[in-house]
Structures are given as structure tokens and as C-alpha cells.
Ligand binder design. Structure first.
Ligand code: DQA
Length: 144
């Protein structure tokens, strides 16, 4: 069975509380339940990880080597600032898909730049929770 690592970055743990008009009223626990259901339907195993720290996210990506067949990552604000996260993704060689709940191409100018995108085979943005299940489908169809 394929093993997929799902990484969520800073403030994603505050879903439901945080700017609900942008990110929705559902909580991080609701997101985890949604991801688990999508994984079950797709017949893949998932591990979900969330951190507010860039270094912890880099550590988690590094630890995926030899453990996971795919990575789904919503680096949140680090999308627009971090070079270490795409470097780590490239270092692992594991296929990765970038997900954003909101449509980052249609918000503030500074959100239009994603350093993560160049380390990912696909980016899914603006589809809310559904983006994570699409990412599972993308990774399920790739052999690694
Ligand atoms: C986000 C978009 C980012 O710009 C923002 O900093 C986030 C969440 C999203 O899922 O839409 O924290 O990654």
C-alpha cells in the first residue's frame, strides 16, 4: 500500500477560528477526518503532521526518505518565504504535491510567489479541503 505524508504548516491548526471567511469554518480536526476518509477511499495510508516551525517541517520531510511514496504539503505562509522547504523536498526525491485551501493566485501580491511550487509536480489551490483529496489522487497515480 502506498504511504503518503501530509504536512501542514503554520496556523493550519487554527482552521475554523482563523479568518473563516477565507479558510472556512471547519477545524483542523475536521481536515484530518476528511484526509483520512479520502485516503481510505483511495486505498492509501496517510500520516498527517502539522507544525508552526520551519525547521520541524524540514526535519519531517527529511525523515520521509525511505518511508513514504508521496508528500502532500501546505506550507502555509512558508510557501512564500522558505527556500529550506523546497530544498528538502528536492533532496528526498519523493513526488510532492502542493496544496492551498485558498486561491493564492487571487489574493495579496506576496502570496502569488510560491518557492515550494518548483519542488512539486502539481499545485492545487482554492479548492478548500477537496484539494487534499485531489492531491491524494495525483500521488496515487504516480509510481515511486
Ligand atoms: C495557505 C495560503 C497562504 O498564503 C497562507 O499564509 C496560509 C494558508 C492556504 O492554505 O490557503 O497560511 O497556504
Amino acid at each position: 500500500m502506498k504511504r503518503i505524508l501530509v504536512i501542514n504548516g503554520p496556523n493550519i491548526n487554527l482552521l475554523g477560528i482563523r479568518e473563516p471567511e477565507i479558510y472556512g469554518k471547519e477545524s483542523y480536526a475536521d481536515l484530518l477526518a476528511f484526509i483520512c476518509n479520502s485516503a481510505r477511499s483511495a486505498g492509501v495510508e496517510v500520516r498527517c503532521f502539522q507544525s508552526n516551525s520551519e525547521g520541524a517541517i524540514v526535519d519531517e520531510i527529511q525523515n520521509a526518505i525511505g518511508q513514504f511514496n508521496g508528500i502532500i504539503i501546505n506550507p502555509a505562509a512558508y510557501t512564500h518565504t522558505s527556500i529550506a522547504i523546497p530544498d528538502a523536498l528536492k533532496a528526498t526525491g519523493i513526488p510532492a504535491v502542493e496544496v492551498h485551501l485558498s486561491d493564492i493566485s487571487n489574493r495579496e501580491e506576496y502570496r502569488k510567489i510560491s518557492y515550494t511550487a518548483e519542488a512539486c509536480c502539481a499545485t492545487i489551490a482554492g479548492k478548500g479541503f477537496e484539494g487534499y483529496s485531489e492531491a491524494i489522487e495525483v500521488l496515487s497515480s504516480i509510481s515511486h
